[in-house]
Ligand binder design. Structure first.
Ligand code: GDP
Length: 361
């Protein structure tokens, strides 16, 4: 699948397709059999903050093999009591908005000012791991990638958005158990990924650019309503005036929305990720918000709502998979579709006949 950032509307940016890697470079190489790690090996390692163990556990979470899935779920269960202490920030923006440049400086800023440890995760349903996945890629965040207190993990490549998002949410649990108290979730600003990201963070930061017409796009797609803060990047050089003008437009547009449940009024700030201008103001805002919602109870309320959302989301996904992967249903569904199109069956009869086949193998 071509990457969405290669769509015509995003100019000046090309995501390469990547190359298939040979299976084995050295034909004489024999992989040494490693001792199979147990659930407690993983949990102990993670709780000690062992990054290698954390990475291996994340790989299990991302695996499509059922036996890995079972171990991963047990590890997550055992890590759960050690989680929840972090601040989770979603960072979104259209391709070219400057997400990676910004996350690099944001990360360095929060680690310097607030200490602790930072994990950068990503939700990008279109990424294919071996073929040049782009979000959460270490080469895009040069300084953070070598920071001893930062852990960067590219987006899992799991096909459906639901699958990718669930894995990212589970990875948050593991990272928190490993002592990461700041989590960034980067998401590509096209399509539904933002909604998924919003459903797992405490603060949703939307990066925008001046004069791209995205102001309207954001409104149309309901993205602006989700934002707790809108930040206009590239407020530098010849672009300062345009960025400030865009900020005014966004401020006006925000008035069109009903007041958010949190009681917080979303703010619009300008900055330059590239020239490191206005970064402190952004993070002062984020931490002011966190203090504000901790005080009024919304912080915990939002987390509870998210936990509920993910429970139902997981059920829905499982029911969906069970239905469509049922061989009897898979064999009959096309014929039913033809009968509906041919006027032989109504959509509802066809659906109930298919639904009635659920118990069959
Ligand atoms: P992403 O696709 O959202 O991750 O965007 P990138 O971080 O890759 O940035 C896209 C382009 O914008 C790159 O060429 C950056 O050098 C440039 N860029 C990023 N931030 C700024 C900024 O603050 N000012 C200016 N002038 N350019 C920037």
């Amino acid at each position: 699948m071509d990457h969405p950032e290669n769509a015509e509307e995003y100019k000046g940016l090309q995501v390469n397709a990547g190359v298939d890697q040979p299976e084995q470079v050295n034909p004489y190489y024999r992989r040494k059999k490693r001792r199979q790690l147990t659930v407690s090996d993983y949990v102990e390692g993670i709780l000690k903050g062992d990054i290698t163990m954390l990475s291996q556990a994340v790989t299990l979470v991302e695996s499509v093999l059922p036996e890995h899935h079972a171990v991963a779920q047990e590890v997550i269960e055992k890590c759960l009591p050690h989680t929840g202490q972090s601040v989770r920030i979603g960072i979104s923006g259209v391709p070219g908005a400057g997400k990676s440049t910004s996350i690099d400086v944001f990360g360095l800023h929060v680690l310097k000012e607030y200490g602790g440890k930072l994990a950068v995760l990503a939700i990008d349903p279109s990424s294919e791991r071996t073929k040049g996945s782009i979000l959460g890629d270490k080469t895009r965040m040069e300084k953070l990638a070598v920071h001893p207190d930062a852990f960067i993990r590219p987006s899992p490549s799991a096909g459906s958005l639901g699958g990718v998002a669930r894995k990212t949410r589970e990875t948050i649990v593991l990272c928190e158990a490993a002592g990461f108290d700041k989590i960034f979730v980067e998401t590509v600003g096209v399509g539904q990924s933002e909604t998924a990201c919003h459903s797992m963070v405490d603060f949703f930061l939307l990066i925008q650019l001046a004069g791209t017409g995205d102001e309207l796009q954001g409104i149309k797609r309901g993205i602006m309503e989700m934002a707790d803060g809108i930040i206009i990047n590239k407020c530098d050089g010849d672009n300062i005036h345009a960025a400030q003008l865009a900020a005014t437009h966004f401020r006006n547009a925000l008035h069109l929305f009903p007041a958010p449940e949190s009681g917080w009024t979303p703010r619009v700030l300008t900055y330059s990720g590239y020239y490191d201008i206005g970064i402190k103001e952004i993070w002062d805002m984020v931490y002011e918000y966190i203090a504000f919602v901790r005080e009024n109870g919304y912080f915990q309320y939002r987390r509870n709502e998210q936990a509920k959302y993910w429970m139902y989301e997981t059920i829905n996904q499982a029911l969906h998979d069970e239905f469509y992967h049922n061989p009897a249903i898979a064999a009959a569904i096309e014929q039913k579709e033809r009968q509906v199109l041919g006027g032989e069956l109504t959509s509802f009869t066809a659906a109930s006949q298919l639904l009635a086949m659920r118990g069959k193998k």
